[in-house]
Design a protein around this ligand. Sequence first.
Ligand code: 13P
Length: 225
Amino acid sequence: MKKVLVNLKMYQTSKEEVEKYINDLKGENVILFPSFIYLEKYIENGFICGAQNISTNCVGAYTSEISVKSLKDLNVKYVLIGHSEVRKNFNEKEEDINLKIKKALEYGLTPVLCVGETLEEYNNQKTKEVIKEKLIKDLDNIKGKVIISYEPIWAIGTGKIPKKEEIENIVKYIKTLTHQEVLYGGSVSLDNIENLNQIDVDGFLIGKAGLDVSCLKKIIEVVSR
Ligand code: 13P
């Protein structure tokens, strides 16, 4: 079955909000990526969880960073690496991404590597070139299971998505290059999930639409058909 992953970003900012979400969503087949501070709560309530980032280091004088070792200790199973918001806001480099993937694998977490093109690159038909370049650097010397999420940067939070055939083409391309599972992410919603679900993809990485539990349940229902 296709996987449904939800990147909760920094959308949930109170215990009450998190408790309500947990109660409403309990029992659904979904992988959640909440804020670090709520990870434990979700895991205690039986959810399979991933972190939104990790440090390139494991232990030591790294103020504000989160170690993969602590995540492993909490029973976190996945970690998002190279999300475009992290690449941009933290000036994350391909070498950091490569190190983070290695750290995750070393501690038995499954990395979910996000790659995608800007609108300018898309318009200039550079998508494949850009993705290939990122994948070569990000996956250099990596052995093990890495889930790849194709996330066109211009599709994140905009309500715009590439044509079905374009996603199909890129997903196939990434599969050929990496022989790994490939997801699609970027403005996945209740309006487009029927259409997106026809693509030969291993699942979806959902942002905003995953916050509304009734909407998310309907999306899960479509994907699990
Ligand atoms: P949206 O679904 O809000 O566009 O976010 C997608 C995303 O960034 C998933 O990681």
